[in-house]
Write a protein that binds this ligand. Sequence first.
Ligand SMILES: [Fe+2]
Length: 387
Amino acid sequence: MNFDWQAPGRIRFGAGVSSEAQAAVAELGGGAFVVVGRDPDRHAGWVRALGASGVVERWSVVGEPTVDDVREGAEAARAAGARVVVAIGGGAVLDAGKAVAALASNPGDPMEFLEVIGRGQPLRERPLPVVAVPTTAGTGSEATRNAVLGSPAHRLKVSLRSVGMIPRVAFVDPELTLGCPRAVTAASGLDALTQLLEPFVCRKANAMTDALCREGLSRVGRDLRRVLADGMDREARAGMAWCSLAGGLALANAGLGAVHGFAAPAGGMFPIPHGVVCAALLGPVVAVNLAALESRHPGHEALARYDEAARRLTGDPGMDRLGLVAWIGELVREAGIPRLASLGLEESAWDTLVLAAQRASSMKGNPVELDAGELREVLSREFRRAI
Ligand SMILES: [Fe+2]
């Protein structure tokens, strides 16, 4: 029953709760540096309402943030004298906000702190407090301690990671996800599903993360299908927002697996959204993991966990792991997830990607060690999948 639990200081969940953010920012001393996404007008009213607590500056990040983006954002936050970072948007915006908050109080070269491509040193100073307000349901970034940053020069995505980067307050307001386009709903929703399944079967699962994953796995299959059918289904949007949060808490306190082991390098090598990579590789990774476990570790606990996950995801008490891969394949097809080859991930890149995936931190959580041939088989299965 041993575990180490790290989570936001406060999580406020429910329809309309984002209107309470002003008070939270004021309690943190005001002086907010507001990080938003591609369309800075999208939450203009909400940002204006923060004005009373003293918005210092609004800063926009386009797409998934790079190291240079957040270095620039941190300089702007420092120059503006920001005391709090408020991030409202999808996972990329929340990650950008968390990185800006960390680098604003730790000036200098970000390479000092970056994993893999940098020196991986701990932050010297505590990051500015972050108020996170997700507008998509998928990444769970409002609950995690890392920010994923692209480094185009290295063709990699790497994490800036520190316990102090966990947002101080998370406002998870499902109403904000109502306008989310279907393609984003699909990719982020399948990321949420992956982030409930990988921690549930991973090496460091514990009683706390199991509780969240069990509840999440029982909801996510049903609620994801509902929001794909009707983006205005408020009950299912709330369910998905909760699943995303639960997945974030689970991955931050247990770990992930081979899907996310591939996601960081694949997203660095090709401009493919994180959720799309995860969605496309989830079924193939489950298939290869099951084959590896059954051949090398036939009594492994993860096999029974895959059976349980299959029952919960499908809502069918007679389902087991044998039917799980086909069920995921059908959901991914229904969600309209494109094949990775159509987005630039060609067979010629597989060897480089496999090598990078083997070194990715998420790979350590996978329930079974996969060799290069098995990792290649994951990519090959995705390549061969029916659309
Ligand atoms: Fe993810």
